[in-house]
Design a protein around this ligand. Sequence first.
Ligand code: HPA
Length: 234
Amino acid sequence: MTIHIGAKAGEIAETVLLPGDPYRAKWAAENFLTDVQQVNNVRGMLGFTGTWKRNRVTIQGSGMGMPSLSIYVNELIRDYGAKTLIRIGSCGAMQESVAVRDIVIAMTASTLSTPSRGIFRELNFAPSADWSLLNAAVKAASSKDAKTHVGGIYSSDVFYDERPDLNEQMVRHGILGVEMEAAELYILAARHKCRALAVLTVSDHLLTGDALPSSERETSFGDMVEIALESAFS
Ligand code: HPA
């Protein structure tokens, strides 16, 4: 047990999928894993361990934003020995070429991030995905119906943004989408010599205002879960 995770030693797999939403962790575990056991409910941040094609996998909610994800990922790596960590979540598209329901695989994650600022100060560290996972995810995505984009994303600290100029710069520099967690995941994985990747489904579009209806949110997230699982065990 840790401060935020109630799982016993050995109940967390080396491969962990990290949706922001704990109910999406439950949905993904119920729909994609077998022999599922709930391993965490501290603060309602549900976590499940089960089996996918004979491989053990944990799906643990990370909460929203980098400070929340940072708590779970630090404890998963340092106390439970997680080695491969894949964020599965949603993002807001920032390019005309990216549409709602598309998949974005994040090669890099730019950020102003509060958790890393204190460490890097004036240095601009480049948080990037693990190459083996990225490569495998791109291959896995090629057999799915959803259109896939690979490139840089922006991990913001706020959903309700008061600095539209920052978003504009991200758009100008080709950033595919905005979410709130991947950069801290990539930084922690680099620090602890783990593998990390973020596979995202576009839920809304910052330029066009399009958005996925809530009724479709679960089903269109299926490709993303399969891509994450296939890349982890390829
Ligand atoms: N902003 C930040 N995070 C997000 C968004 C957004 O528009 N959409 C999905 N996650």
